[in-house]
Design a protein around this ligand. Sequence first.
Ligand code: ATP
Ligand code: MG
Length: 368
Amino acid sequence: MAEKQIILTGDRPTGRLHLGHYVGSLKRRVELQNSGMFDEINIMIADDQALTDNADNPRKIRDNIINVMLDYLSVGIDPSKTTICVQSALPALHALTFYYLNLVTTARLSRNPTVKAEIQMRGFADEGLPAGFFCYPVSQAADITAFNANVVPVGEDQLPMIEQAREIVEKFNNVYGETLVLPKAMIPENEMQRRLPGVDGKAKMSKSLGNCIYLSDDAKTVKKQVNGKMFTDPLHLKIEDPGHIEGNVVFTYLDALCTDGHFAEYLPDYANLEEMKAHYRRGGLGDGTCKKFLINVMEEMLRPIRAERAKWEADIGSVYDILREGTAKAVETTNETLARVRKAMRIDYFADRSIEKEWEALLKQAKQ
Ligand code: ATP
Ligand code: MG
């Protein structure tokens, strides 16, 4: 029988979702959802994971669940095709995490480059590192495997997590017998979309770094971010000066976002980005024109998202029900996996009464 095609992805409810999420993961999820090629698509709001570095601020996590829900629905996640659920309401994940923790070493966890960078960024290196945060890749392995996901569409920063999950699956199946599905990461083909930098040019647009353009930002804010925060080429002082593309944030964003169609619509002087870049390099193309074009490209993407968001904002009751129903379904799926895992680990004592017979046989044998 062909393997079932199952997706799991998720986001931490630590803030509103931004363009990095959109190009790195959300857009792909909507395409995959509408492709009809998948048996199941699951999206999880990872509130437990968000608490691993926000333990003192549960309010923030609680408040952002609605923001993330609205972001999902406004980009086109369709609850009739995709199950949306919340992590903390799925007790099976906690149990799986606890078992998987025994299958990894602290040395292996210490080597995870994304976690290492995040520890630095959050100042945990000096203040002390919460054990939960250190171990979150293990809980992520629990999330993925609990849904039997074989495909995980994510940004590049998540590759070490998927690698870790694969190792746990292999180890588990090795020790306890073939039980868990081996997941694969799916990252964007477009290199710039794998890790969109912040408007400040920092390596990653990230809620924690405050360098984002949010999907819910209004047109005025977007314009302000592009014009005020994005640097171009510091050597490109006069329009006639030759310009540099490398490290030029405006061009990085254009690489990630624009299509030939955008040129026809907003900048017909060029057929495509290559022609525009060539002109910039030669000199004679101003930064103002480039930024204006980028704003048009972004606005074309963001306008329908904002309109959809406004509809859902007026109907929070339905949003709540979507999450409640999706979570109820996810409880069943993840409980089934946990039952399978416990059976494989021989700790399914109460699944049936077979252990009663085993105990009796054991005692009889001991007496002989
Ligand atoms: P936090 O700072 O709280 O970790 P975040 O902005 O990194 O927030 P996550 O919720 O951790 O967002 O990530 C959700 C998904 O979005 C992941 O698949 C991640 O790879 C992807 N993603 C996040 N930021 C970017 C980005 N700048 N470019 C591409 N993909 C991204
Ligand atoms: Mg993150």
